[in-house]
Design a protein around this ligand. Structure first.
Ligand code: NDP
Length: 337
């Protein structure tokens, strides 16, 4: 039973030494428990927050404890009346081969699910985040301009595609020309701009001649700086993530622009609203699941996965994701099906 624990808290960007691979005995399920074998592990940006002990909406992982994470697992041994051996479940086993569960929080995926790993992405937490953040907070209308950051990740790619289904003009922002071409050619975005270009802010202005009505915020930093002056009166900004700040150890240099932000919010009557998907919208999961299954089956929504083989590669894959090295939903295949 291999597992990856938090060896030490990162200072700035995480490094491989922050993680430790250990081997321990496979645990024995007691009456009322199941032993789960991890097949797929989801790697997500929020895990950077769990590595820190700064106050947040969820408790940090303790040093020497297993890193947390959503998994698609199979029931290896069942001593629970509701679960059968071999069954697939969506679980929260973390970065390890085996985990025990008493069934709390497990979602059944059946005996032979097609594309089981989608439960970690388009049909799971990231897809749900895109759906609720855009539709409930962003309230997009046909003909409006929607700008979406981190445009080829599981959240951003889904936001942009739902925006197209709602009749918006969609402008994506991503790192590099390969990702931008994919956003335009495969996802059907109207434009996609590389945030690493020297003249990114000017390009964004040209790509949004009628201003921005909805900005789906996942990044912060320079991208938000470029978006802010382009927001239209009554624009909506679902604040989903701020990944460019996750590794920061202090506030950025330069003049304090908080008053500029507040003045823009006032004068343009902007709505900025943060959300934490399951805390705020858990009760609306069924709406999402119904619409998304339909869109996937008709091919109206496309989904790309970035699969990494082997639990031992999880730390480097996770570190790379914070820097844009993933191209699609980052999933580790921990064990064979
Ligand atoms: P992604 O697969 O999109 O991975 C993150 C991406 O962020 C990277 O691939 C990179 O893409 C981009 N990025 C990283 N650093 C920067 C930077 N400095 N400037 C611009 N872009 C950067 O992840 P997800 O789709 O899973 O998550 C997207 C966002 O949604 C994250 O901020 C995450 O924290 C948030 N989130 C929030 C939830 C909530 O409940 N509020 C739930 C789920 C996710 P590129 O190469 O294109 O720059």
């Amino acid at each position: 039973n291999r597992r990856i624990v938090l060896a030490q808290r990162p200072l700035g960007g995480p490094v491989p030494e922050n993680f430790r691979l250990e081997k321990v005995a496979v645990p024995e399920p007691a009456d009322g428990q199941v032993l789960l074998r991890t097949v797929y592990l989801s790697l997500d940006p929020y895990m950077r927050g769990r590595m820190s002990d700064a106050p947040s909406y969820a408790d940090p992982v303790k040093v020497d404890e297993v890193m947390v994470g959503g998994t698609v697992s199979r029931v290896e041994v069942s001593r629970h009346p509701d679960f059968k051996t071999g069954e697939w479940v969506l679980a929260y086993s973390g970065w390890q081969d085996y985990a025990l569960s008493d069934g709390t929080g497990l979602t059944r995926l059946g005996e032979n699910p097609q594309k089981a790993s989608h439960a970690l992405g388009i049909l799971g937490m990231p897809g749900f985040t895109a759906y609720m953040g855009l539709l409930d907070i962003g309230q997009p209308e046909g003909g409006e301009t929607l700008v979406v950051a981190a445009a080829t990740g599981p959240v951003g790619a889904t936001v942009g595609q739902i925006g197209k289904l709602k009749g918006c003009r969609v402008v994506g922002i991503a790192g590099g020309s390969e990702k931008c071409n994919y956003a335009k050619e495969v996802l059907g975005f109207d434009r996609c701009l590389d945030h690493k270009s020297a003249d990114f802010a000017q390009q964004l202005g040209k790509a949004c001649p009628k201003g921005i009505d909805v900005y789906f915020e996942s990044v912060g930093g320079k991208v938000l700086d470029a978006v802010l002056p382009l927001l239209n009166t009554k624009a909506r900004v679902p604040v989903c993530g701020l990944i460019s700040h996750y590794n920061a150890t202090q506030l950025p240099d330069g003049p304090d622009r908080l008053s500029l932000l507040m003045r823009t919010i006032l004068v343009k009557r902007l709505k900025f609203q943060g959300f934490i998907i399951f805390d705020d919208y858990g009760h609306r999961y069924d709406e999402f699941a119904k619409d998304m299954s339909q869109w996937l089956s008709t091919g109206q929504i496309k989904y790309r996965e970035h699969l990494v083989d082997g639990l031992e590669h999880a730390p480097e894959a996770f570190i790379g994701m914070l820097d844009g090295q993933n191209f699609g939903k980052l999933v580790v295949r921990v064990n064979n099906e």
